[in-house]
Design a protein around this ligand. Structure first.
Ligand code: DGJ
Length: 729
């Protein structure tokens, strides 16, 4: 059991192997947050709630001037009765009121974890893996029932939170904000980490001390976005990759989100996360319910690497699903940077024929195979084979590629429509739009209105027809613009602010239906690279195309930042040609290979233009990767050298039994008369001796971790090293 309730003190104690989370029913049934941090044994903690009369903080109970919701650390704060801080929930009532007063009613503790209706979420395979606490709260006036749902994964050291609301009153309510979680820390001694970025420059690591007032990250783009990721962490000033406290918050959602941290007058810090309340309002009719997405919260006092390992384990094993979850991912070749739209069947077969000799296992046909698509001006939505380009059809093409010994994969962008398409001609109302307003294009395309059930059904049908028509083993599910003019022809005017979230619910239904129909297919999500690299997508598709930037040196930061939350098995990573198409940089093939091997290795270049030497270099890389990919994709990952701090990069992947490891190091700029570098490894067994296969040297695990492993002298720019370590029996 991981959840305890002390009837006398009315304290709840949620306990993982490393952390404790406590809250209490206090004063007239308000829920007060007591503690979250390093595991404690019991609920007999020093009395932590102390009250004094504070000026300008009103009192819900007339007789007690020391009790104010404005200063009380709370579990799920509402707006209106004396708390002036940002609320977790904000409701408009039928009479125009905006006050909510939530009080504890009851609770139940259940083994395991239930699914969240219509939403992605972490799960259990056996009820013994986690326990769930449901705390019921009620706003008496409106009869709004709010259930706080906590699941405790004891051995995985995670607590998930979500909220379910039900209108048991007689009037329709307007949900203006319903966050997934809130937690009030009684201190402000933190720095906040978040992952900002842009297209082809995703997930930088930003870190700044909290200050009084509001600091927040959010997306208003209709997707989780390249620009911010639905993740924040609070850390101490002294926290490093390997030491110090970290509180991680990650939202399992792919749409508009907001993470807020508000530091109040007494220097308490309130963290709230959930669907963005900007441009959001959900009408909840009597008897209707609303389910928020889930936030996964982890705590460690062992630094950021430890936080990442918690997320990697939970997201890799209990968020990703299906037969590919634990399977070695194939080495693929994708034709996008090789041909862009300029290909035909012969060209594709020539590339595939050359690629097959390198040991690549999967050929992916990217954008341009459907409608009349020769550029990005046309055909999205017309998911029918482009006969002039592929006269023998997809089935024959896929079979020819299968005969070469490779699987066949296909690109789709099911959420989009080109104004120049048969689909748009037939259904101009099927895109997001607002009457009498311009329909702004981005990459010459519009967003299909996935808040409409009929649009979703049609797309399920069109994608299904193609997937059934040919032996397709892999799908790349792309999405290449953000939402503007968010409005729907389908929903009445008073429900227009529901459209962005209804879109996500529609998308999740489409993805659930298609991925369940085709369990053999490996799905990779993509949004102009990493524009929707979020836990919501990982529930349906176990890997994501990390970035449209394929330059090995840019990728060091992108992959390092991404690894803060997302498992290595989720990151698509390709070797492309030089000069690189995004930044023009020329890097050695070996370096491009080593960097791409730090994720799911693929190739994205015209192999027919390569020399025999380069082809044989690729073959060597593919052979090497196949021999280490189990350790890379499913081992334990440690960040060793940060490209954000040093410009250089180091990481190690250690197998489950610690008998194998893969160390990758990239030195970006060579220096004249430079230093010799040694990198201290992590995660090895100190008692075991390891042989570095590339040099044949044998070192003890403890010396590799405390003294360090020498890396070769950087005698040119962009020099990389990959060392395999094997336990000496
Ligand atoms: C964006 C993706 O990230 C690229 O890899 C490629 O698939 C293009 N879209 C195709 O339009």
């Amino acid at each position: 059991m991981t959840i305890y309730f002390d009837k006398e003190t009315k304290i709840f104690h949620l306990q993982t192997n490393q952390s404790s989370y406590l809250f209490q029913v206090v004063n007239n049934d308000y829920l007060a947050h007591l503690y979250w941090g390093k595991r404690v044994r019991s609920t007999s903690m020093p009395k932590s709630l102390r009250y004094i009369d504070r000026g300008f903080s009103g009192n819900p109970n007339k007789e007690d001037r020391t009790f104010s919701l404005d200063t009380l650390p709370q579990e799920y704060p509402a707006y209106g009765h004396t708390d002036f801080r940002s609320p977790a929930v904000h409701i408009e009532t039928a009479d125009g009121g905006r006050i909510t007063d939530l009080r504890y009613v009851s609770h139940e503790i259940l083994p395991g974890k239930r699914r969240l209706e219509g939403l992605p979420a972490t799960y259990v395979e056996d009820t013994s893996e986690a326990d769930t606490l449901k705390v019921s709260m009620l706003d008496e006036v409106t009869q709004l029932h709010v259930t706080l749902i906590y699941t405790v994964y004891a051995t995985r050291n995670a607590i998930t939170r979500a909220v379910h609301v039900e209108n048991k009153g007689e009037d329709t309510l307007g949900l203006e904000k319903v966050a997934s979680m809130s937690v009030d820390f009684r201190e402000t001694d933190f720095e906040m980490i978040n992952l900002p970025g842009a297209h082809v420059r995703e997930r930088d690591i930003e870190r700044a001390p909290l200050r009084r007032g509001m600091q927040s990250v959010e997306s208003r783009r209709g997707s989780s976005s390249h620009h911010q990721n639905p993740f924040i962490a609070l850390v101490r000033e002294e926290t490093t990759e390997t030491t110090g406290e970290v509180y991680g918050f990650s939202l399992v959602y792919s749409g508009n989100f907001k993470a807020e941290v508000e530091v109040d007058q007494t220097c308490q810090s309130r963290v709230i996360m959930g669907i963005n309340d900007f441009d959001f309002k959900w009408l909840l009719k009597p008897a209707e319910t609303f389910q928020t997405p889930e936030v996964v919260m982890v705590y460690t006092d062992q630094g950021l690497n430890d936080m990442s390992r918690m997320y990697h384990d939970l997201y890799g094993r209990r968020l990703a699903r299906g037969k590919h979850r634990d399977a070695e991912r194939p080495v693929l070749i994708n034709n996008w940077e090789a041909t862009y739209f300029d290909f035909n069947e012969d060209k594709i077969l020539t590339i595939a024929d050359k690629a097959k000799d390198t040991g690549v296992e999967l050929f992916v046909l990217d954008d341009g195979w459907f409608g009349k698509r020769d550029d990005d001006f046309t055909s999205l939505g017309d998911w029918f084979v482009y006969d002039e380009k592929l006269p023998s059809g997809l089935k024959t093409l896929a079979e020819k590629i299968n005969k070469m010994g490779m699987q066949f994969g296909l690109w789709f962008e099911p959420e989009m429509v080109s104004p120049e398409s048969e689909l748009y001609k037939a259904h101009p109302d099927w895109c997001l739009h607002v009457p009498n307003r311009r329909r702004s294009e981005s990459r010459n395309q519009l967003v299909l209105d996935f808040s409409r059930p009929d649009v979703c059904d049609e797309m399920i049908q069109r994608v299904t027809a193609i997937l059934e028509s040919a032996p397709i083993s892999y799908v790349k599910w792309d999405m290449n613009r953000n939402m503007t003019e968010i409005g729907s022809h389908y929903w009445p005017k008073e429900q227009q602010k529901e459209v962005a979230h209804r879109y996500m619910l529609g998308l999740y239904r489409v993805m659930e239906t298609i991925t369940a129909k085709f369990p053999e297919i490996l799905f990779e999500s993509c949004s102009g690279g990493g524009g929707r690299f979020d836990p919501g997508m990982l529930y349906y598709m176990p890997q994501t195309w990390t970035s449209d930037n394929t330059d090995a040196i840019s990728r060091l930061r992108i992959q390092y930042g991404t690894s803060l939350v997302y498992p290595i098995s989720s990151m698509g990573s390709h070797v492309s040609e030089v000069p690189n198409h995004q930044v023009g940089r020329i890097t050695p093939l070996e370096t491009r290979g080593h960097v791409a091997m730090d994720g799911n290795l693929g190739y994205e270049l015209d192999v027919t233009k390569l020399s025999d030497e380069e082809i044989s270099g690729i073959k060597t890389q593919v052979d090497l990767y196949k021999s280490i990919r189990q350790t890379i994709q499913y081992g334990t990952f440690y960040r060793l050298v940060s490209p954000f701090e040093t410009g250089n990069y180091g990481s190690i992947h250690v197998s489950e039994t610690k008998d194998k490891a893969v160390f990758i190091y990239v030195h970006t700029l060579a220096e004249a008369n430079g230093l010799f570098k040694a990198v201290k490894l992590q995660g090895l067994d100190p008692e075991t001796d390891y042989c570095v296969l590339e040099t044949n040297d044998v070192y003890s695990g403890d010396s590799l971790m405390h003294i360090g492993l020498n890396v070769p002298y950087a005698n040119h720019d962009f020099k990389s090293t990959l060392y395999r370590l094997e336990a000496v029996k």
